[in-house]
Design a protein around this ligand. Structure first.
Ligand SMILES: Nc1ncnc2c1ncn2[C@@H]1O[C@H](COP(=O)(O)OP(=O)(O)OP(=O)(O)O)[C@@H](O)[C@H]1O
Ligand SMILES: [Mg+2]
Length: 255
């Protein structure tokens, strides 16, 4: 077999990671006269690396996350009141394996969504199936969706290892069908012991108002809070800081 034949064989065997790097590895082996096993190890690693990257990409896409946020970008000194230890504890993802939930409640702009997205992203990297949702928008869309779109949303909301309902009750009131979906999903995941992370700047006491149904709020909260970490985010808004900085430096300073 010459290199072209080998390339064809590799593609037939779906070893595209090896196919991509083989010419380089061949040159490297010739240049350094390294042992055969060392070269073989390198090309196998190339295949493993490419497969892992592809899987991560795929899981990220399926998660519907819109950005890859991590805890490394989070400035812990900005808001000493943010419960740092609890955030890192969630980031270990033990709660997913344990079938627990997390409720991240508190003031606007304090980083609740940032932390939730960082946890969700880490979960995709660790091989979990994740579904991230901007809660109000998706629950409202569900209310007006056709049957097959509804089924698809329901399946994604129930069947994943981790569901993130971000910014729940940002709008004043959920449509009835959206509230019913929320209830059905929380019930189904509770039975399966499948993890949910909720972020909201609405106090738990007011959830009945936003759902338009106090009993529903109680049954939802009852299940969410069983095996749940409660994180309260107090302090100042990072958004306001960014805004204040822009105003202070003026529009010309940035250009
Ligand atoms: N401590 C922080 N360090 C770095 N960036 C931060 C910090 N807190 C917030 N941010 C950034 O500020 C913006 C607003 O934060 P985020 O959306 O997480 O707030 P939130 O608590 O979810 O607010 P809301 O209740 O309005 O949804 C984001 O871009 C986020 O990345
Ligand atoms: Mg938010």
């Amino acid at each position: 077999m010459n290199l072209a034949d080998i390339d064809r064989a590799l593609r037939q065997l779906r070893l595209s990671g090896i196919a991509a790097t083989l010419p380089t590895r061949v040159l490297q082996a010739q240049a350094s006269q390294q042992p055969f096993l060392e070269t073989l190890g390198q090309i196998l690693q190339d295949e493993l690396d490419r497969r892992r990257t592809r899987l991560n990409e795929r899981r990220f896409k399926l998660s519907r996350l819109d950005e890859r946020l991590t805890l490394a970008e989070f400035d812990w000194s900005f808001n000493p009141k943010v419960p740092r230890a609890a955030c890192f504890e969630l980031h270990t993802l033990k709660f997913i394996a344990d079938g627990g939930n997390a409720l991240i409640i508190g003031k606007p702009g304090t980083g609740k969504s940032h932390i939730a997205k960082a946890i969700a992203y880490e979960a995709t990297l660790q091989g979990y199936r994740v579904r991230y949702a901007e809660a109000d928008a998706e629950l409202a869309r569900y209310a007006v969706a056709a049957a097959d779109e509804r089924n698809e949303t329901m399946r994604e909301f129930v069947d994943t290892d981790l569901l993130v309902l971000d910014d729940l009750f940002l709008a004043r009131r959920l449509p009835e069908a959206g509230a019913e979906l929320l209830q059905a999903v929380v019930h189904a995941r509770y039975k399966r012991r499948a993890a949910i992370v909720v972020t909201s700047n609405r106090m738990l006491e007011d959830w009945g108002k936003y759902l338009g149904d106090n009993t529903m709020a109680t049954t939802i909260l009852d299940r969410l809070m069983h095996h749940a970490a409660m994180l309260r985010f107090e302090g100042k808004s990072y958004r306001m800081r960014a805004l204040a900085q822009r105003i202070a430096t003026g529009p010309t300073a940035e250009a």
